[in-house]
Design a binder for this molecule. Structure first.
Ligand code: GLN
Length: 480
Protein backbone atom coordinates (compact mmCIF):
# COMPACT_ATOMS: atom_id res chain seq x y z
CA UNK A 1 0.00 0.00 0.00
CA UNK A 2 1.28 3.45 -0.93
CA UNK A 3 2.02 5.77 1.97
CA UNK A 4 1.46 9.49 1.66
CA UNK A 5 3.50 10.41 4.70
CA UNK A 6 7.09 9.58 5.45
CA UNK A 7 9.44 10.05 8.35
CA UNK A 8 12.37 12.44 7.97
CA UNK A 9 14.52 10.31 10.28
CA UNK A 10 17.58 8.98 8.47
CA UNK A 11 16.89 5.40 9.47
CA UNK A 12 13.51 5.49 7.76
CA UNK A 13 11.35 3.03 9.64
CA UNK A 14 13.92 2.43 12.40
CA UNK A 15 11.81 2.35 15.57
CA UNK A 16 14.69 2.90 17.99
CA UNK A 17 15.67 6.11 16.26
CA UNK A 18 12.06 7.23 16.22
CA UNK A 19 11.68 6.43 19.91
CA UNK A 20 14.82 8.39 20.80
CA UNK A 21 13.71 11.42 18.78
CA UNK A 22 10.27 11.49 20.40
CA UNK A 23 11.67 10.93 23.89
CA UNK A 24 14.01 13.89 23.43
CA UNK A 25 11.12 16.16 22.60
CA UNK A 26 8.90 14.63 25.22
CA UNK A 27 11.38 15.47 27.98
CA UNK A 28 10.85 19.14 27.14
CA UNK A 29 7.15 19.03 26.39
CA UNK A 30 5.49 16.28 28.43
CA UNK A 31 3.06 15.25 25.70
CA UNK A 32 3.20 11.48 26.30
CA UNK A 33 2.59 9.63 29.56
CA UNK A 34 3.72 6.46 27.81
CA UNK A 35 5.46 6.04 24.46
CA UNK A 36 6.42 2.76 22.86
CA UNK A 37 6.41 2.49 19.07
CA UNK A 38 7.29 -1.22 19.22
CA UNK A 39 4.16 -2.16 21.13
CA UNK A 40 2.01 -1.33 18.13
CA UNK A 41 3.32 -4.31 16.22
CA UNK A 42 1.51 -6.42 18.81
CA UNK A 43 -1.84 -4.75 18.25
CA UNK A 44 -3.85 -7.21 16.22
CA UNK A 45 -5.93 -5.96 13.32
CA UNK A 46 -9.50 -7.21 13.64
CA UNK A 47 -12.16 -7.67 11.01
CA UNK A 48 -13.82 -4.30 11.47
CA UNK A 49 -14.79 -3.32 7.97
CA UNK A 50 -13.30 0.04 7.20
CA UNK A 51 -15.34 1.66 4.50
CA UNK A 52 -13.53 4.13 2.29
CA UNK A 53 -10.27 2.57 1.17
CA UNK A 54 -9.05 6.03 0.13
CA UNK A 55 -9.11 7.00 3.78
CA UNK A 56 -7.33 3.79 4.79
CA UNK A 57 -4.61 4.47 2.22
CA UNK A 58 -3.93 7.81 3.82
CA UNK A 59 -3.36 6.42 7.31
CA UNK A 60 -1.81 3.00 6.60
CA UNK A 61 1.48 2.65 8.42
CA UNK A 62 1.18 5.96 10.27
CA UNK A 63 1.98 6.19 13.98
CA UNK A 64 -0.57 8.02 16.09
CA UNK A 65 -1.06 9.11 19.69
CA UNK A 66 -4.07 8.41 21.88
CA UNK A 67 -5.35 10.50 24.78
CA UNK A 68 -5.01 8.49 27.97
CA UNK A 69 -8.75 8.30 28.56
CA UNK A 70 -9.22 6.14 25.44
CA UNK A 71 -8.52 2.41 25.70
CA UNK A 72 -5.67 0.85 23.72
CA UNK A 73 -5.04 -2.79 24.53
CA UNK A 74 -1.78 -3.26 26.44
CA UNK A 75 -1.20 0.44 27.05
CA UNK A 76 -1.92 2.45 30.20
CA UNK A 77 -5.36 3.94 30.77
CA UNK A 78 -4.87 6.40 33.61
CA UNK A 79 -7.05 9.40 32.68
CA UNK A 80 -4.07 11.26 34.23
CA UNK A 81 -5.53 10.39 37.63
CA UNK A 82 -3.87 8.85 40.67
CA UNK A 83 -7.06 6.81 40.88
CA UNK A 84 -6.07 4.80 37.78
CA UNK A 85 -2.28 5.15 37.88
CA UNK A 86 -0.73 1.88 36.75
CA UNK A 87 -3.96 0.53 35.23
CA UNK A 88 -3.52 -1.18 31.84
CA UNK A 89 -6.34 -1.56 29.40
CA UNK A 90 -7.35 -5.13 28.53
CA UNK A 91 -9.12 -4.00 25.35
CA UNK A 92 -9.15 -1.30 22.66
CA UNK A 93 -11.77 1.35 21.95
CA UNK A 94 -13.80 0.86 18.77
CA UNK A 95 -12.15 3.91 17.20
CA UNK A 96 -8.72 2.37 17.86
CA UNK A 97 -9.79 -1.02 16.48
CA UNK A 98 -10.99 0.64 13.30
CA UNK A 99 -7.67 2.43 12.94
CA UNK A 100 -5.92 -0.92 13.56
CA UNK A 101 -7.92 -2.40 10.72
CA UNK A 102 -6.83 0.48 8.49
CA UNK A 103 -3.17 -0.19 9.32
CA UNK A 104 -2.42 2.82 11.55
CA UNK A 105 -0.34 2.15 14.66
CA UNK A 106 -0.95 3.55 18.16
CA UNK A 107 2.46 4.46 19.63
CA UNK A 108 1.60 6.02 22.98
CA UNK A 109 -0.79 7.58 25.45
CA UNK A 110 -0.96 11.33 25.97
CA UNK A 111 -1.41 13.57 28.97
CA UNK A 112 -4.73 15.26 29.78
CA UNK A 113 -6.58 17.07 32.51
CA UNK A 114 -7.68 14.44 35.01
CA UNK A 115 -10.71 12.64 33.50
CA UNK A 116 -10.90 15.39 30.87
CA UNK A 117 -11.77 18.14 33.34
CA UNK A 118 -9.92 21.33 32.48
CA UNK A 119 -8.64 23.62 29.75
CA UNK A 120 -4.87 23.65 30.26
CA UNK A 121 -3.75 20.04 30.99
CA UNK A 122 -2.66 21.48 34.34
CA UNK A 123 -5.12 19.26 36.20
CA UNK A 124 -3.10 16.14 35.34
CA UNK A 125 -1.90 14.27 38.42
CA UNK A 126 0.87 12.57 36.43
CA UNK A 127 2.80 15.01 34.21
CA UNK A 128 3.23 18.61 33.08
CA UNK A 129 2.59 19.47 29.45
CA UNK A 130 4.06 22.54 27.76
CA UNK A 131 3.14 24.42 24.62
CA UNK A 132 5.73 23.76 21.85
CA UNK A 133 5.44 27.39 20.67
CA UNK A 134 6.44 28.69 24.09
CA UNK A 135 7.16 26.25 26.87
CA UNK A 136 6.25 28.78 29.56
CA UNK A 137 2.67 28.54 28.32
CA UNK A 138 -0.01 25.88 28.54
CA UNK A 139 -0.94 23.55 25.70
CA UNK A 140 -4.65 23.92 26.32
CA UNK A 141 -6.80 21.04 27.41
CA UNK A 142 -7.99 18.65 28.16
CA UNK A 143 -6.45 16.86 25.14
CA UNK A 144 -3.24 18.89 25.62
CA UNK A 145 -0.86 15.95 25.22
CA UNK A 146 -2.46 14.88 21.94
CA UNK A 147 -2.30 18.44 20.58
CA UNK A 148 1.37 18.77 21.53
CA UNK A 149 2.26 15.36 20.07
CA UNK A 150 0.91 16.54 16.70
CA UNK A 151 2.11 20.16 16.88
CA UNK A 152 5.63 19.16 17.90
CA UNK A 153 5.82 16.82 14.93
CA UNK A 154 6.01 13.56 16.91
CA UNK A 155 3.01 12.00 15.18
CA UNK A 156 0.94 13.13 12.18
CA UNK A 157 -2.34 12.68 14.05
CA UNK A 158 -3.82 11.82 17.43
CA UNK A 159 -7.14 10.86 19.00
CA UNK A 160 -8.65 13.10 21.65
CA UNK A 161 -12.02 13.51 23.32
CA UNK A 162 -14.21 16.59 23.41
CA UNK A 163 -16.85 17.16 26.08
CA UNK A 164 -16.93 20.95 26.03
CA UNK A 165 -14.00 21.90 23.79
CA UNK A 166 -11.20 19.55 24.78
CA UNK A 167 -10.11 18.80 21.22
CA UNK A 168 -10.68 22.21 19.66
CA UNK A 169 -9.17 24.39 22.35
CA UNK A 170 -5.78 22.61 22.62
CA UNK A 171 -5.72 22.29 18.81
CA UNK A 172 -6.14 26.07 18.65
CA UNK A 173 -3.45 26.65 21.29
CA UNK A 174 -0.95 24.43 19.48
CA UNK A 175 -1.74 25.36 15.87
CA UNK A 176 -3.19 22.09 14.55
CA UNK A 177 -6.59 20.93 13.25
CA UNK A 178 -9.06 19.61 15.79
CA UNK A 179 -12.36 17.95 14.88
CA UNK A 180 -15.20 17.31 17.30
CA UNK A 181 -17.53 15.10 15.24
CA UNK A 182 -21.35 15.00 15.38
CA UNK A 183 -22.51 13.45 18.66
CA UNK A 184 -22.85 9.72 18.07
CA UNK A 185 -20.95 9.66 14.76
CA UNK A 186 -17.98 7.97 16.47
CA UNK A 187 -18.49 5.19 19.02
CA UNK A 188 -17.72 6.06 22.64
CA UNK A 189 -16.94 2.43 23.45
CA UNK A 190 -13.54 2.53 25.13
CA UNK A 191 -13.72 6.23 26.04
CA UNK A 192 -13.70 6.64 29.82
CA UNK A 193 -16.95 8.45 30.63
CA UNK A 194 -16.92 12.01 31.98
CA UNK A 195 -20.18 13.54 30.68
CA UNK A 196 -21.75 10.98 28.38
CA UNK A 197 -24.41 13.11 26.70
CA UNK A 198 -21.89 15.75 25.63
CA UNK A 199 -18.73 13.96 24.65
CA UNK A 200 -17.15 11.99 21.88
CA UNK A 201 -13.86 10.87 20.38
CA UNK A 202 -12.35 13.05 17.67
CA UNK A 203 -9.23 13.85 15.71
CA UNK A 204 -6.24 16.19 16.02
CA UNK A 205 -4.07 16.29 12.91
CA UNK A 206 -1.48 18.21 10.96
CA UNK A 207 -3.70 18.93 7.95
CA UNK A 208 -7.28 18.82 6.71
CA UNK A 209 -6.75 15.76 4.52
CA UNK A 210 -5.59 13.61 7.38
CA UNK A 211 -8.23 14.97 9.78
CA UNK A 212 -10.90 13.90 7.30
CA UNK A 213 -9.33 10.51 6.53
CA UNK A 214 -9.10 9.57 10.22
CA UNK A 215 -12.66 10.77 10.81
CA UNK A 216 -13.93 8.61 7.93
CA UNK A 217 -12.22 5.58 9.42
CA UNK A 218 -13.47 5.99 12.98
CA UNK A 219 -16.99 7.10 12.02
CA UNK A 220 -19.40 4.17 12.36
CA UNK A 221 -22.46 2.90 14.16
CA UNK A 222 -21.33 0.43 16.81
CA UNK A 223 -23.32 -2.20 18.66
CA UNK A 224 -21.09 -1.57 21.70
CA UNK A 225 -22.42 2.01 21.99
CA UNK A 226 -26.14 2.36 21.61
CA UNK A 227 -25.90 6.12 21.33
CA UNK A 228 -23.83 5.77 18.17
CA UNK A 229 -25.65 6.61 14.93
CA UNK A 230 -24.87 5.76 11.33
CA UNK A 231 -24.22 8.72 9.07
CA UNK A 232 -27.25 9.14 6.74
CA UNK A 233 -26.47 7.34 3.49
CA UNK A 234 -26.85 10.42 1.29
CA UNK A 235 -24.18 12.23 3.33
CA UNK A 236 -21.66 9.39 3.54
CA UNK A 237 -19.73 10.39 0.44
CA UNK A 238 -20.70 14.06 0.32
CA UNK A 239 -18.24 16.19 -1.63
CA UNK A 240 -15.68 17.71 0.72
CA UNK A 241 -13.32 19.30 -1.80
CA UNK A 242 -12.33 22.95 -1.40
CA UNK A 243 -15.23 25.22 -2.30
CA UNK A 244 -16.31 28.77 -1.63
CA UNK A 245 -19.99 28.30 -2.56
CA UNK A 246 -20.85 28.10 1.12
CA UNK A 247 -22.83 30.66 3.08
CA UNK A 248 -20.87 31.40 6.20
CA UNK A 249 -22.52 33.03 9.20
CA UNK A 250 -19.94 34.87 11.24
CA UNK A 251 -20.65 35.36 14.91
CA UNK A 252 -20.52 39.08 15.62
CA UNK A 253 -21.40 41.38 18.49
CA UNK A 254 -19.46 41.82 21.72
CA UNK A 255 -17.52 38.57 22.07
CA UNK A 256 -15.17 39.47 24.90
CA UNK A 257 -12.00 38.55 23.01
CA UNK A 258 -8.60 39.89 23.98
CA UNK A 259 -7.03 42.36 21.54
CA UNK A 260 -4.77 39.98 19.62
CA UNK A 261 -7.47 37.35 19.20
CA UNK A 262 -10.05 40.00 18.21
CA UNK A 263 -7.74 41.46 15.55
CA UNK A 264 -6.87 38.03 14.17
CA UNK A 265 -10.55 37.03 14.11
CA UNK A 266 -11.52 40.23 12.28
CA UNK A 267 -8.76 39.77 9.73
CA UNK A 268 -9.71 36.18 8.92
CA UNK A 269 -13.38 37.09 8.65
CA UNK A 270 -12.51 39.80 6.10
CA UNK A 271 -10.46 37.25 4.23
CA UNK A 272 -13.46 34.90 4.05
CA UNK A 273 -15.35 37.34 1.80
CA UNK A 274 -12.23 38.12 -0.24
CA UNK A 275 -11.83 34.40 -0.86
CA UNK A 276 -15.35 34.30 -2.31
CA UNK A 277 -17.53 32.95 0.51
CA UNK A 278 -20.89 34.61 1.05
CA UNK A 279 -20.49 36.02 4.54
CA UNK A 280 -23.21 37.37 6.84
CA UNK A 281 -22.96 38.56 10.42
CA UNK A 282 -25.09 36.48 12.79
CA UNK A 283 -25.87 36.43 16.48
CA UNK A 284 -26.44 33.57 18.84
CA UNK A 285 -28.67 34.89 21.64
CA UNK A 286 -28.20 31.73 23.70
CA UNK A 287 -24.40 31.97 23.69
CA UNK A 288 -24.22 33.54 27.15
CA UNK A 289 -26.10 30.58 28.66
CA UNK A 290 -23.92 27.84 27.26
CA UNK A 291 -21.31 27.87 30.06
CA UNK A 292 -23.77 27.65 32.98
CA UNK A 293 -25.80 24.97 31.17
CA UNK A 294 -22.66 23.05 30.20
CA UNK A 295 -21.15 23.00 33.69
CA UNK A 296 -24.45 22.02 35.32
CA UNK A 297 -24.99 19.10 32.97
CA UNK A 298 -21.33 18.05 32.81
CA UNK A 299 -20.97 18.06 36.61
CA UNK A 300 -24.22 16.14 37.08
CA UNK A 301 -23.15 13.44 34.63
CA UNK A 302 -19.62 13.36 36.05
CA UNK A 303 -20.91 12.77 39.59
CA UNK A 304 -22.81 9.74 38.31
CA UNK A 305 -20.07 8.43 35.99
CA UNK A 306 -17.29 8.72 38.55
CA UNK A 307 -19.25 6.90 41.25
CA UNK A 308 -17.70 3.69 39.94
CA UNK A 309 -14.26 4.56 41.35
CA UNK A 310 -14.73 3.19 44.82
CA UNK A 311 -11.51 1.24 45.33
CA UNK A 312 -13.32 -2.10 45.23
CA UNK A 313 -13.08 -3.55 41.75
CA UNK A 314 -10.22 -1.58 40.30
CA UNK A 315 -8.35 1.64 40.78
CA UNK A 316 -6.55 2.97 43.80
CA UNK A 317 -7.25 1.12 47.03
CA UNK A 318 -6.05 2.42 50.41
CA UNK A 319 -3.58 0.12 52.22
CA UNK A 320 -5.83 -0.19 55.22
CA UNK A 321 -9.48 0.43 56.00
CA UNK A 322 -11.56 -0.42 59.05
CA UNK A 323 -14.77 -0.99 57.05
CA UNK A 324 -16.18 -0.64 53.50
CA UNK A 325 -17.18 2.98 53.97
CA UNK A 326 -13.71 3.94 55.07
CA UNK A 327 -12.30 2.07 52.08
CA UNK A 328 -14.42 4.04 49.62
CA UNK A 329 -13.74 7.33 51.36
CA UNK A 330 -10.01 6.66 51.40
CA UNK A 331 -9.88 5.68 47.74
CA UNK A 332 -11.77 8.78 46.62
CA UNK A 333 -9.96 11.13 48.95
CA UNK A 334 -6.53 9.94 47.81
CA UNK A 335 -7.38 9.08 44.21
CA UNK A 336 -9.09 12.21 42.91
CA UNK A 337 -7.51 15.64 42.45
CA UNK A 338 -9.17 18.91 43.59
CA UNK A 339 -10.90 19.79 40.29
CA UNK A 340 -12.48 16.34 40.02
CA UNK A 341 -13.69 16.52 43.63
CA UNK A 342 -15.13 19.98 43.00
CA UNK A 343 -17.14 18.73 40.06
CA UNK A 344 -18.41 15.62 41.82
CA UNK A 345 -19.61 17.83 44.68
CA UNK A 346 -21.19 20.30 42.28
CA UNK A 347 -22.88 17.49 40.35
CA UNK A 348 -24.22 15.89 43.50
CA UNK A 349 -25.52 19.28 44.60
CA UNK A 350 -27.43 20.04 41.41
CA UNK A 351 -28.96 16.55 41.36
CA UNK A 352 -30.01 16.35 45.00
CA UNK A 353 -33.65 15.59 45.55
CA UNK A 354 -35.98 18.55 45.45
CA UNK A 355 -33.53 20.74 43.56
CA UNK A 356 -33.44 19.15 40.12
CA UNK A 357 -36.05 21.55 38.78
CA UNK A 358 -33.91 24.51 39.80
CA UNK A 359 -30.64 23.41 38.20
CA UNK A 360 -30.47 20.26 36.12
CA UNK A 361 -33.86 20.51 34.41
CA UNK A 362 -33.36 24.20 33.80
CA UNK A 363 -30.01 23.47 32.19
CA UNK A 364 -31.70 20.90 29.96
CA UNK A 365 -34.20 23.54 28.85
CA UNK A 366 -31.36 25.89 27.98
CA UNK A 367 -29.79 23.05 26.06
CA UNK A 368 -32.97 22.72 23.98
CA UNK A 369 -32.98 26.48 23.38
CA UNK A 370 -29.37 26.35 22.18
CA UNK A 371 -30.25 23.53 19.79
CA UNK A 372 -33.15 25.53 18.34
CA UNK A 373 -31.02 28.65 18.12
CA UNK A 374 -28.47 26.78 16.00
CA UNK A 375 -31.15 25.02 13.92
CA UNK A 376 -32.64 28.40 13.12
CA UNK A 377 -29.24 29.76 12.09
CA UNK A 378 -28.55 26.78 9.85
CA UNK A 379 -31.69 27.58 7.85
CA UNK A 380 -29.93 30.60 6.37
CA UNK A 381 -26.22 29.68 6.55
CA UNK A 382 -24.31 26.49 5.74
CA UNK A 383 -21.51 26.98 8.23
CA UNK A 384 -21.18 29.03 11.39
CA UNK A 385 -17.85 30.67 12.15
CA UNK A 386 -16.75 31.76 15.62
CA UNK A 387 -13.67 32.05 17.80
CA UNK A 388 -12.41 29.01 19.72
CA UNK A 389 -11.16 30.72 22.87
CA UNK A 390 -11.01 34.38 23.90
CA UNK A 391 -7.23 34.44 24.48
CA UNK A 392 -4.08 32.91 23.02
CA UNK A 393 -2.22 30.22 25.03
CA UNK A 394 -1.83 31.57 28.56
CA UNK A 395 1.03 31.19 31.03
CA UNK A 396 1.37 28.23 33.38
CA UNK A 397 0.20 28.53 36.97
CA UNK A 398 -0.86 31.68 38.78
CA UNK A 399 0.25 33.95 35.94
CA UNK A 400 -2.32 32.35 33.64
CA UNK A 401 -6.12 32.11 33.86
CA UNK A 402 -7.79 31.05 37.12
CA UNK A 403 -9.90 27.86 37.00
CA UNK A 404 -13.02 30.05 37.04
CA UNK A 405 -11.80 32.22 34.13
CA UNK A 406 -10.98 29.06 32.20
CA UNK A 407 -14.55 27.83 32.64
CA UNK A 408 -16.06 31.13 31.46
CA UNK A 409 -13.82 30.93 28.40
CA UNK A 410 -15.52 27.69 27.28
CA UNK A 411 -18.44 29.72 25.90
CA UNK A 412 -17.52 29.28 22.24
CA UNK A 413 -16.74 25.58 22.39
CA UNK A 414 -19.43 24.17 24.72
CA UNK A 415 -22.23 25.28 22.36
CA UNK A 416 -21.42 22.55 19.82
CA UNK A 417 -21.42 19.86 22.54
CA UNK A 418 -24.76 21.00 23.96
CA UNK A 419 -26.26 20.90 20.45
CA UNK A 420 -24.46 17.72 19.33
CA UNK A 421 -23.23 19.33 16.10
CA UNK A 422 -19.77 18.93 14.52
CA UNK A 423 -17.13 21.62 14.92
CA UNK A 424 -13.62 22.06 13.58
CA UNK A 425 -10.85 24.25 15.00
CA UNK A 426 -8.31 25.31 12.41
CA UNK A 427 -5.10 27.31 12.52
CA UNK A 428 -5.26 30.65 10.71
CA UNK A 429 -1.87 32.18 11.42
CA UNK A 430 0.71 33.04 14.05
CA UNK A 431 0.69 36.27 16.06
CA UNK A 432 3.33 37.22 18.65
CA UNK A 433 4.87 33.79 18.14
CA UNK A 434 1.67 31.96 19.12
CA UNK A 435 -1.00 30.28 16.98
CA UNK A 436 -4.31 31.90 16.08
CA UNK A 437 -7.35 29.76 15.31
CA UNK A 438 -10.92 29.79 14.14
CA UNK A 439 -13.86 27.46 14.68
CA UNK A 440 -16.41 26.29 12.11
CA UNK A 441 -19.68 24.56 13.01
CA UNK A 442 -22.15 22.74 10.75
CA UNK A 443 -25.44 20.85 11.20
CA UNK A 444 -25.24 17.24 12.45
CA UNK A 445 -23.51 14.88 9.98
CA UNK A 446 -22.43 17.77 7.74
CA UNK A 447 -18.73 17.50 8.57
CA UNK A 448 -18.01 17.67 4.83
CA UNK A 449 -18.95 21.37 4.88
CA UNK A 450 -16.31 21.98 7.53
CA UNK A 451 -13.67 20.28 5.36
CA UNK A 452 -14.77 22.22 2.25
CA UNK A 453 -14.28 25.57 3.94
CA UNK A 454 -11.16 24.49 5.87
CA UNK A 455 -9.46 23.39 2.63
CA UNK A 456 -9.91 26.88 1.18
CA UNK A 457 -8.50 28.47 4.32
CA UNK A 458 -5.65 25.96 4.42
CA UNK A 459 -4.46 27.25 1.05
CA UNK A 460 -4.65 30.83 2.25
CA UNK A 461 -2.93 30.17 5.59
CA UNK A 462 -1.02 26.87 5.58
CA UNK A 463 -0.50 25.63 9.15
CA UNK A 464 2.84 26.67 10.62
CA UNK A 465 5.09 24.50 12.78
CA UNK A 466 6.78 25.64 16.00
CA UNK A 467 10.37 26.65 15.14
CA UNK A 468 12.00 24.36 17.75
CA UNK A 469 10.15 21.22 16.65
CA UNK A 470 10.20 20.56 12.90
CA UNK A 471 7.96 17.58 12.04
CA UNK A 472 9.40 14.06 12.25
CA UNK A 473 6.71 13.02 9.76
CA UNK A 474 6.06 14.94 6.55
CA UNK A 475 3.66 14.60 3.66
CA UNK A 476 5.33 12.61 0.91
CA UNK A 477 2.77 13.01 -1.83
CA UNK A 478 -0.76 13.99 -2.63
CA UNK A 479 -3.17 11.08 -3.03
CA UNK A 480 -4.96 11.06 -6.34
N1 GLN B 1 -12.90 22.75 29.63
C1 GLN B 1 -14.06 21.92 29.68
C2 GLN B 1 -14.17 21.22 31.00
O1 GLN B 1 -13.32 21.41 31.81
C3 GLN B 1 -14.06 20.93 28.54
C4 GLN B 1 -13.38 19.68 28.86
C5 GLN B 1 -13.60 18.61 27.81
O2 GLN B 1 -14.05 18.86 26.70
N2 GLN B 1 -13.30 17.37 28.20
O3 GLN B 1 -15.08 20.50 31.26
Amino acid sequence: MKSYWKTVLTGGQDLDEYRAAVQDRNRELGAFLEFDPTRCAASTPDDAVVDGSAAAERVAGLPYAVKDNIAVSGFSLTCASRMLDGFRSPYSATAVRRLDAAGARPVGKTNLDEFGMGSATENSALAETHNPWDRSRVAGGSSGGSAVAVAAGMVPFALGSDTGGSIRQPAAFCGVYGLKPTYGAVSRYGLVAYASSLEGIGVLAADVDLTEAVFHIIRAEDEMDHSSIACPRELLDADSSAATDLRIGVLGGELGLDEVVATGYGRTVERLSELGFSVTAVELPTLEYSVPAYYTIAAAEASANLARYNGVRYGLRPDYAENPEELVRGAREQGFGPEVKLRILLGTYVLRSGFQEQYYLRAQKIRTAIRSDLARLFESVDVLCMPVFPVQPFAHGEAGLSPFQQKLADRFTSTANLAGVPALALPVGVERGLPLALQLLAPAFHEHRLFRAARVLEQYAPPATPPDYPPLWVKAGVPG
